[in-house]
Structures are given as structure tokens and as C-alpha cells.
Design a protein around this ligand. Sequence first.
Ligand SMILES: [Zn+2]
Length: 216
Amino acid sequence: MSHRIGPEEAKLREEICVLSASLFNRGYGCGASGNVSVLTEAGMIVSPTGSSMGRLDPERLSLVAPDGTHLAGDRPSKEAFLHLAMYEERPEMRSVVHLHSTHSVALSCLEEIDPEDVLPPITAYYVMRVGRCPLVPYFAPGDRALAEAVRGVARHAHAMLLANHGPVVAGKGLDAAVAAAEELEETAKLYLMLRGEKTRFLTQAQVADLRLRFPS
Ligand SMILES: [Zn+2]
């Protein structure tokens, strides 16, 4: 279980803790909910089980092999398998953020949402940072069938919403994953604020134009 943390990895671990605390302090997680990971040569660095995003210790973050084996640090989050399923399907992604953020969870409970894409194109930044966000059916915590469901959706989308649970969002780096998770939560909040109002969303032509200007 010995693992020497080099200077580059130490910096990355520090960034995971700073951004996790930032998410926590802005109300994106409460208690021990939410976990952040980054994929490195040595394995996946992920928040430990039972840890608060607000008080992570860089040196105690878990190191996990692609097959889920715990390599070093504290025991990994019980939700580490969600992250591993995403990396397995999308090798270009290097970071995953999973939250139980209030507005996204509220959205995930609505009967009216389209399971193929849970949010309409409200803003350009949502289209650019998240794009499409399918719904993954509900599974009990720890149910390994959830990993299979996440894997199936990850083939087509880097962001997804677990029904009655919360979002899982991947990015090509830590900053991108955090930014996309924030964008999803804020867009869910906007959607709930606009619900019942006569609303102009972006048109299909505007969305197509954004995809041409800012290919992901
Ligand atoms: Zn969760």
C-alpha cells in the first residue's frame, strides 16, 4: 500500500481539495455527499468514503486502480465505481464530479423531464459546457447495476443525471469537470425558477450554431 506522491501529483491533490471545498462552501454538497476524482498514470485519485468535500486532506485522498482495487490513502468513496465506469467508456475524460446538489436532484425527481435530455437549452454556456444530459434510472445506493447503467449512458454523453440521486459529470480536466457540474446545477435551478412561466429557450438553430462555433 506504499505510494510515493510526486510534486505533480501533490499539486493535483491540492487542487482537488481546493475545488471540492469551493463546491461545498457554495452549497453544492452537504454532509458527506459528493465526490471528485482525477485519473492519473498511478490510478484514480478520489475522495475517501464518509469524507466532507469541505474538509479533504490531500495526502489522505484514495488511490484506486481501474479495476476498483484500493491502492493507497483512505478507503475510497462507495461511489468510486461511478467514476470508474465513466473513465472506462470515455478515455478522453480525466476528471469526474458527482454531486447530490439540491436543484439537480429536484430536477431528477420530476416526471415531466425527457430521459434522453433532462434540460432544455436555456443558456449558451449550458449548451457549451454540458450539451446533452440523459437521465439514468434509479438504483439503490451500492447497486452494481448502476455502474452498468452509467456505462451505457456514458457512451453517448459526458454528463448524466441519476434519477432521485444527482449528477455525474466528466471533463477533460478537473477545472472542466467542475465547471460543467456547476453549470448543470445552476441550469437546473434556472429551469425550476422558470417552470410555469412562458419561456423562450434557445432555438434548434441557435444550438446548432453554438455547436459549430464551440465544438467539444
Ligand atoms: Zn451519490
